[in-house]
Design a protein around this ligand. Structure first.
Ligand SMILES: Cc1ncc(COP(=O)(O)O)c(C=O)c1O
Length: 290
């Protein structure tokens, strides 16, 4: 199927969607994005993703002219036109266009894009067998430099460095710690640790992106009767759990079975992880129809 992109009000084929070479995210990473999944012709957690997007826009001071309800409506219309039953939406905004990093000297009309595509991060085997993870030497950017709640394009350079460390040793993901050596997250996913019926995940103050999937999993796990707590965690906590899994819009819920060549629990996906994966799959059917 031909891929389409909505760019600044116009729908164009993916190949001909173009922004200026002086786009401020192209030059300085001065932009924001969201990745959102479509399940069965419904957009999953659309409002939660849009809330995070607009919070980032306010924080970075972008001069966005499109209101949140207008953008929501446009996304649903573009999804309908694209006709992707199970797809992935990449929503982007950049501050504007112009050379020089000072915002007052550029055209501050944001470039806004809605791309409808598909994305599979891992093959089915990874979901059956679980992921091997390595601890990255790259720490997450501290909140006093850039608040981790902002899904800013520029911040991903450090996550890509960490991902490359995982790639070099054939691991599926890289674990990123914060400057204090506490567990933050993986390069595109949040982390959950399980002991018995207690599930722990790093507190937002540990330098994580507060994932939409994370919030969904916290809800469904609590509804299923698990105790879920947000805590300060260190690698010690990973080496002493029964099970672990990662969450993200792109990765969904995926077991994590090894850290730095050592087994986590029994080194295979455990029953709690499998239950949460199943509950999450069911929950993804409750999106916004287009
Ligand atoms: C650094 C980082 N952490 C966590 C997540 C998971 O967030 P979400 O569940 O909203 O996709 C992502 C994915 O966007 C991410 O990039």
């Amino acid at each position: 199927m031909a891929r389409i992109v909505w760019l600044n009000g116009e729908i164009v084929p993916l190949e001909s969607a173009k922004v200026s070479a002086a786009d401020h995210a192209h030059l300085y990473g001065d932009g924001l994005f969201e990745g959102i999944r479509i399940y069965n012709s419904k957009v999953f957690r659309l409002d939660e993703h849009l809330d995070r997007f607009y919070h980032g826009i306010h924080y970075l001071g972008f001069e966005m002219k499109i209101t949140q309800p207008e953008l929501r409506k446009t996304i649903l219309e573009v999804c309908k036109q694209a006709g992707e039953v199970n797809g992935y939406i990449r929503l982007n905004i950049t501050r504007g266009t112009g050379l020089g990093l000072d915002p007052k000297n550029i055209d501050r009309t944001p470039n806004v894009m809605i791309m409808i595509n598909t994305l599979a991060l891992y093959g089915p085997e990874a979901y059956k067998k679980g992921l091997e993870v390595v601890t990255s030497s790259i720490r997450v950017i501290p909140p006093d430099a850039l608040d981790p709640r902002v899904k800013c394009i520029g911040r991903y350079a450090s996550n890509i460095l960490a991902k490359n460390e995982a790639n070099r040793v054939g691991a599926g993901e890289a674990l990123m710690l914060n400057a204090q050596g506490q567990i933050a997250e993986c390069t595109g996913d949040n982390i959950f640790l399980i002991n018995g019926r207690k599930i722990r995940t790093p507190h937002p103050s540990c330098g994580i992106l507060k994932g939409v999937t994370r919030d969904t999993v916290i809800d469904i796990a609590r509804k299923a009767g698990y105790e879920v707590v947000e805590e300060v965690l260190t690698p010690f906590d990973i080496h002493t759990v029964d099970e672990a899994f990662l969450t993200g819009t792109a990765a969904e819920v995926i077991p994590m079975v090894m850290l730095d060549n050592r087994k986590i629990g029994c080194g295979v996906p455990g029953p709690v992880t499998e239950e949460i994966m199943q509950l999450y799959r069911e929950e993804t059917q409750n999106g916004v129809p287009f």
